[in-house]
Design a binder for this molecule. Structure first.
Ligand SMILES: [Ca+2]
Length: 284
């Protein structure tokens, strides 16, 4: 982990999406934060030690989905599939597929494995799964302010965690989506899905993957801002409250979701798990 002294910083942005505004001064106390998102290998140790079964490995409760065909209430999770060409961007069902059998060990569904991906961020974890891991590790999930303070790496007001230019001198600084989402992935950063943690340069605080790769859960509730339609976050059932997730993912593209920035935020239903959401922990 990296120890950070407390401090005051400018949180938010007024240059991109409405849910990030206004810019305001926020003070956080000192804390330590994981150097990178929790990996598949780290999560496996937790599961071996505790027998934890993730939400994606349990059938959804029928009372939460009263209108659903009971035969469809089997364990599963949301898996991204690129489309063959441009599609309307206002319906995430064009690219998010609910796949029975998808979970953290099978990120693309049955038949897929995490073999060779031990150093990738764990995915298909709900907020409750992340909280259980944090408790086991003697840690907590970060608040949104702590997460953003850490992500900025001391660069007050910068657009990205590394500065104001997306690709300084042509260098890719994070695992995002280059090209037209959700069909044309140019792979300038070489990764179609998740990437091993610490593949891209750290920020000014020595923290890796604070932008792109996977969204990360925080412990803050998300209050929907005016006019802020969820983008990359399948909002899930309205009956579930939402928590803030930060950092953007490998599926964030400028034409749809320019959210691989420290100020960016989305609300995600707490029972949702997908192939592009993970987490990291803090100790206060
Ligand atoms: Ca990529």
């Amino acid at each position: 982990m990296v120890e950070l002294p407390g401090g005051t910083f400018r949180m938010g942005s007024e240059r991109f999406y409405p849910e990030e505004a206004p810019v305001r001064e926020v003070t956080v106390g000192g804390f330590a934060i994981d150097r990178h998102p929790v990996t598949v290998a780290e999560f496996r140790r937790f599961v071996k030690d505790t027998g934890h079964r993730t939400d994606a490995e349990k059938p959804p409760a029928s009372e939460d989905y009263p209108d659903a065909d009971p035969e469809l209430l089997v364990p599963g999770s949301l898996v991204f599939r690129p489309t063959r060409g441009p599609v309307p961007l206002d319906d995430y069902r064009n690219w998010w597929n609910w796949v029975p059998g998808a979970d953290w060990r099978h990120p693309e569904g049955p038949g897929s494995t995490v073999g060779g991906r031990e150093r990738h961020p764990v995915t298909h974890v709900t907020h409750a799964d992340a909280t259980a891991y944090a408790r086991w590790a003697g840690k907590s999930l970060p608040s949104e302010a702590e997460w953003e303070y850490a992500a900025r790496g001391g660069l007050d007001g910068a657009t990205f965690t590394w500065g104001d230019e997306f690709a300084p001198k042509g260098r890719m600084m994070a695992n995002t989506w280059q090209g037209e989402f959700p069909w044309q992935n140019l792979l300038l950063d070489r990764y179609e899905r998740t990437s091993p943690v610490e593949t891209f340069p750290p920020n000014g605080y020595g923290l890796y993957d604070m932008a792109g790769n996977v969204w990360e859960w925080t412990d803050d509730w998300f209050e929907a801002a005016t006019g802020a339609a969820p983008c990359c976050a399948p909002a899930g059932h309205d009956r579930f409250p939402r928590r803030v997730m930060k950092g953007g993912s490998h599926l964030c593209a400028p034409n749809y979701c320019l959210r691989y920035r420290p100020a960016a935020r989305q609300g995600e239903a707490i029972e949702s798990s997908t192939g592009h959401i993970g987490f990291r922990c803090v100790v206060r």
